[in-house]
Design a protein around this ligand. Structure first.
Ligand code: SAM
Length: 237
């Protein structure tokens, strides 16, 4: 039986995360990560979100639009298992899946709904700028929260965190943007503490250098052992 379904994109995410690298691997880990979800015509109607303001969290169904389409394999190497061990793709949250669909539960911090359209304010999203959204549902604690559920190989929040420190230059830049982007310092510290390195580079003795894009900032860093030092923060021109 060959069945095909097509879905409309109902909204788009505008996120502090401007590239895949450096985004937390699950939602709810970084409270300084803010995003908006803009509903698109014809779904951006005030009536479509009536009642949603009573919920603190929502499920966001989205498309992993920034992965190469059609590229999936039945087994993947989750970072949680150190990048060496394989599990089935359906036992993972990998972005490389037969259908590139993602599902995140995020905090709903507010709703702007008027004749101009609908914008949902989100906290803690693990979503890339421009992520297309195909559905939104309220998170219902009495069904969706299962404290006795068993978490397979991902039983708790990753315990190991990096210490994040800032160079003098990085610190000065943060101070100069304290008014216009007050959450930037916390966003960098909280996000990068989860160790953005690919699992196979985590034990690199020679250190690791990299960069991420948060908002309009190019954030450069180096990691030596358990310390991540932000070397430079460059506002994009
Ligand atoms: N919570 C979701 C889920 O379980 O379906 C996503 C989990 S997935 C492991 C999280 C990673 O997806 C992030 O670290 C980021 O690198 C990547 N990501 C987020 N938005 C994306 C997008 N629109 N396209 C491709 N990758 C994306």
């Amino acid at each position: 039986m060959e069945e095909r379904y097509t879905f409309d994109v109902i909204g788009v995410v505008h996120s502090c995360y401007r590239e895949k690298f450096g985004i937390p691997r699950q939602p709810g880990l970084v409270s300084a990560a803010t995003a908006t979800l803009e509903l698109l015509t014809p779904y951006n109607r005030v009536e479509a979100v009536k009642g949603l303001e009573g919920f603190s969290h929502i499920w966001v169904s989205f498309i992993f639009h920034a992965v190469e389409s059609g590229k999936w394999s039945p087994m993947v190497r989750p970072p949680r298992l150190g990048g060496n061990e394989k599990v089935g793709v359906f036992a993972s949250r990998s972005t490389h899946r037969p259908n590139p669909l993602g599902l995140s539960v995020v905090e709903l911090a507010g709703i702007e709904a008027n004749e101009k359209g609908v914008i949902l304010h989100l906290i803690g999203a693990d979503l890339l700028e421009g992520t297309p959204v195909i559905d939104i549902k309220p998170y219902i604690p009495y069904v969706d929260s299962l404290p006795d559920a068993i978490g397979g190989f991902a039983t708790s929040v990753p315990g190991r965190r990096l210490e994040v420190i800032f160079s003098e230059q990085a610190d000065e830049t943060l101070v100069s943007y304290e008014e216009s982007c007050p959450q930037l310092r916390r966003l960098i510290s909280e996000s990068l503490a989860y160790d953005p390195r690919p699992a196979y580079r985590v034990n690199d003795e020679g250190g690791f250098r990299g960069g991420v894009h948060f908002y309009e900032f190019d954030v450069r860093f180096e990691i030596i052992r358990d310390v991540l030092r932000v070397t430079e923060i460059v506002p994009e021109a």
